[in-house]
Design a binder for this molecule. Structure first.
Ligand code: SF4
Length: 558
């Protein structure tokens, strides 16, 4: 029997872990079948994709349904059924039960984990007597499903997803992971063996899909130590972690890590106690914030924090309060995602009690709740979009860190920026660094600290290794270089000597900043004006900005 296993991912760089698990089970149960894995994206041209699937001449087709591909699959499965009505179609994945309700025919669906589906499914498949539905028992084992060839074909230039444990110890009522009880963890020896074989192929990124990776301290450290001990051809390991579950041993280990090797994703979701209780989310906020501050201070781990917009009991004010607290931590990335009302979750079953109105189709985004009408939620959504565009890159980090430290209400600051964006139709334009810099500059003009903010924008711009300033800053950088060239000594120990002087001046960009700006940002300890050199080298830290140096104050500033 020829079977095609088909995935629709969001982007080319993604891969579908479930597809490989399904293949593993088919190999185990139907060793004589011929299996092909086929990964597409939801942005691929529809008709060509359809022809690619019908042209595969498989005897049966397997699909994985998720909220991001459910619409695409609804259309595709409908058309496949029209053209090949006899061909068995088997659909698994969290969206499978919802998806089949939208179809005018009934494919076979598998509810639960493929490892737990009984033998009857495989014999029915071979005999052509598939039932409409198979319920799988929870899996107790789930070996890594990858084969050597996958790294040459299916996984080349893609993220690799790996799970060392399945299930989550928590039960947040909006999350599908809470529907299944308990956690199954693989033995650490098996995990390191499997990881060793993945690392042998030197994938760029391995993303652990464990829902709370650091739930078991000893296990966490054993796996982290193993990863850190390997030759570092894999540049990033991504983990979802719970910040209140960090231990001193974890910090001791993390302090030894090279820059950028680990990425942590942390769900804060809300800091409003009533909201956290309403969604059954257990988190010690105080210790979470303390630990996040320590992680930020390390500056070697990319830190991504999540807030959810539209949770029960969250009002506009309580959402802004969560934002203030999370923003004050200054992580590298803050995502403010809309609550999604996933079918089968507790929050879905409490729609009436929470006054929830959500989109009918995947990804089921929230539109209003009893605590936030649609207008309020829309405003907060654009607030999040504005923040996403301006903050979640490396372009304005010093600027925002200054805003964070100032007395100013950060919510008011971001609201003012949002109004400016709406006035300039920002969300319908290419969001370039130059455009954003221009809007921040316009906002700075009406600000009590306008001179420093202007200088910070220049500082951040030059930190991104630009060798020129945008035209709205009128200063000529060559003027500074010429001044310094003629006034600086022939050699400055640690900077350049006679031989390397020209090269130093050629490669370095200079700017003269006010003493006030240098002092307030901690670049200098005195309030004297000074020149900063932006070197042609990357500074330590995960933001990939260039190295700077404050030229000695003996250098004349005029
Ligand atoms: S939201 Fe995260 S912590 Fe909560 S149940 Fe889901 S996976 Fe677990």
């Amino acid at each position: 029997m020829k079977i095609d296993l088909i995935a629709f991912n969001c982007r080319y760089s993604h891969s579908c872990l479930a597809l490989f698990y399904v293949r593993q089970e088919l190999v185990r149960n139907l060793p004589d079948s011929t299996l092909s894995l086929r990964q597409f994206t939801i942005n691929d041209p529809y008709y060509k994709t359809l022809l690619g699937i019908t042209g595969g001449k498989a005897d049966a087709l397997f699909f994985s349904a998720y909220i991001w591909n459910a619409d695409y699959l609804t259309r595709l499965l409908t058309d496949l059924n029209h053209i090949q009505p006899e061909k068995p179609i088997i659909v698994g994945g969290p969206e499978a039960p919802t998806l089949i309700r939208k179809l005018s025919f009934s494919p076979t669906i598998i509810c639960g984990e493929i490892e737990g589906v009984g033998e009857a499914f495989y014999s029915n498949l071979m005999e052509g007597s598939l039932k409409k539905e198979y319920f799988a028992d929870p899996a107790t084992t789930f070996d890594s499903p990858y084969k050597q060839d996958d790294f040459i074909n299916q996984l080349k230039n893609r993220n690799i997803y790996y799970e060392s444990s399945r299930g989550c110890p928590f039960s947040c009522s909006y999350c599908l992971s809470s529907v299944k009880r308990g956690v199954v963890s693989k033995d650490v020896d098996l995990v390191t063996k499997e990881l060793g074989s993945l690392l042998h192929h030197a994938p760029k990124v391995i993303r652990f899909v464990d829902r709370t990776f650091n739930a078991d301290p000893a296990r966490t450290i054993a796996i982290w130590e193993f990863l850190a001990d390997q030759p570092q051809q894999t540049t990033t390991f991504h983990f979802e972690i719970a910040p209140d579950l960090f231990t001193e041993e974890m910090f001791t280990f993390l302090e030894t890590l090279p820059q950028g090797l680990f990425q942590f994703e942390v769900g804060i979701q809300s800091t409003h106690q009533q909201t956290l209780e309403a969604v059954n989310r257990k988190m010690d906020l105080e210790s979470s914030f303390h630990n996040i501050q320590r992680l930020v201070a390390l500056n070697t781990i990319h830190l991504h924090l999540d807030l959810i917009l539209g949770l029960p009991h969250d009002t506009e004010e309580s959402f802004y309060a969560s934002f203030r607290q999370v923003f004050s931590l200054q992580p590298h990335y803050i995502q403010m995602g809309l609550l999604k009302i996933l079918p089968g979750t507790k929050v879905d079953k409490s729609r009436a009690a929470f006054g929830i109105i959500a989109c009918e189709k995947p990804p089921y985004q929230i539109m209003a709740t009893a605590w936030m009408d649609h207008e309020t939620l829309a405003r907060l959504y654009w607030f999040g979009e504005c923040f996403e565009a301006f903050y979640n890159n490396r372009w304005f980090k010093t600027f925002f860190s200054f805003i964070n430290k100032s007395e100013e209400d950060v919510v008011l600051f971001w609201q003012t920026l949002l109004d400016l964006c709406l006035e300039h139709n920002f969300f319908n334009q290419a969001k370039t660094q130059k455009l954003m810099c221009a809007l921040l500059r316009q906002l700075a003009k009406a600000h009590p600290q306008k001179d420093i903010l202007d200088e910070l924008l220049i500082y951040d711009w030059l930190l991104c290794s630009h060798r020129f300033l945008p035209d709205f800053f009128v200063q000529n950088l060559n003027k500074y270089r010429n001044t310094l060239w003629s006034s600086m000594p022939e050699s400055v120990p640690g900077l350049y000597d006679n031989k390397s002087r020209s090269e130093f001046f050629k490669r370095t960009v200079f700017y003269k900043f006010s003493g006030k700006m240098l002092l307030e940002t901690g670049l200098s300890k005195t309030d004297d004006d000074g020149f900063v050199g932006f070197l042609n080298q990357q500074a330590p830290g995960v933001m990939k900005r260039c190295k700077t140096l404050l030229l000695p104050h003996s250098v004349p500033c005029e």
